[in-house]
Design a protein around this ligand. Structure first.
Ligand code: NAP
Length: 255
């Protein structure tokens, strides 16, 4: 078994996942970089982590596919024989306006749930036996403020993140006392997600609007979420079943 600790970050070729993998690597942890479609950005993140002096396993795996999750787990076990933190970050959505009920189908719900809820469950299940070997191990699920405020890319997305919050509490009870399970609910995070989803002009207006309303007058950075993932995954030894709102004060609003 490896003496260095190991963090698996799903969806780590971009945005929050990439920042989280880089942070764990900067602390000397070996990391698993995961993506489902495009290899080049994942390879760039892997290279950046290797440059920090740690080992990296790069795995193409669609978290919605249980066989893929089990293959990833087998590769990590063969490579290092341990996992200390799992960050369930891979997510998907469809951008459908809140008023457009006909624009969102049952298939959309299934596609979004497959990744955001079932994917996180399948990855957790595949790695549970490795996490349990290391008492104090942690799972961090990346949820969204959308689950609490009725804002975000679509109603199916909000519902999926609400389900992820509920699953966080259930898994915390299921996997204790060995493994802690928590979630982070970020507000608007500056990643390709919203920029590509809404287009550059609309995204810029959203950022301005967010800063106008949030108590901290800012949006969230991928590094802000990574720092919270480190806290919940590693340092928060007596916290489990918690959903941490990380929204720069959007919910409480400016005075
Ligand atoms: N950006 C925001 O404002 C915001 C706010 C709250 C919560 N979040 C949540 O934060 C998480 C990350 O979002 P982000 O903003 O960092 O997005 P991003 O920059 O678009 O990155 C998404 C990552 O997920 C991977 N991915 C997508 N589907 C996957 C699948 N089925 N299996 C494995 N990997 C998959 C993508 O790689 P491939 O394309 O190669 O698969 C990519 O690495 C998501 O769960 C999202 O819901 C984001």
């Amino acid at each position: 078994m490896s003496t260095s600790k190991v963090c698996v970050v799903t969806g780590s070729s971009s945005g929050i996942g990439a920042a989280t993998a880089r942070l764990f690597a900067s602390k000397g942890w070996n990391v698993v970089i995961n993506y489902s479609r495009t290899a080049a950005p994942a390879e760039a993140v892997a290279q950046a982590c290797r440059a920090l002096g740690v080992q990296v396993l790069l795995v193409k795996c669609n978290v919605a596919n249980d066989g893929d999750c089990r293959r990833l787990a087998a590769e990590v076990e063969a490579c290092w024989g341990r996992v200390d933190v799992l960050v369930n970050n891979a997510g998907t959505t469809r951008f459908v306006g809140l008023k457009d009920l006909d624009g969102l189908s049952g298939v959309d719900f299934h596609n979004i749930y497959d990744v955001n809820v079932i994917g996180a469950y399948q990855m957790t299940r595949a790695l549970a036996h490795l996490l349990k070997r290391n008492p104090g191990a942690g799972i961090v699920n990346i949820s969204s403020v959308a689950s609490m405020m009725g804002i975000g890319s679509s109603i199916a997305y909000m519902a999926s993140k609400g389900a992820l919050n509920a699953m966080t509490v259930g898994l915390a009870r299921s996997l204790g006392p060995e493994v802690r399970v928590n979630a982070i609910a970020p507000g608007l995070v500056d990643t390709p997600w919203l920029r590509e989803g809404h287009g550059a002009a609309r995204y810029a207006a959203m950022v301005d609007n967010y800063k106008a309303h949030a108590a901290l007058a800012d949006v969230v950075s991928p590094e802000d979420v990574a720092t919270a993932a480190w806290f919940l995954g590693v340092d928060a030894s007596k916290t489990t079943g918690e959903v941490l709102l990380l929204d720069a004060g959007l919910r409480i609003t400016k005075a």
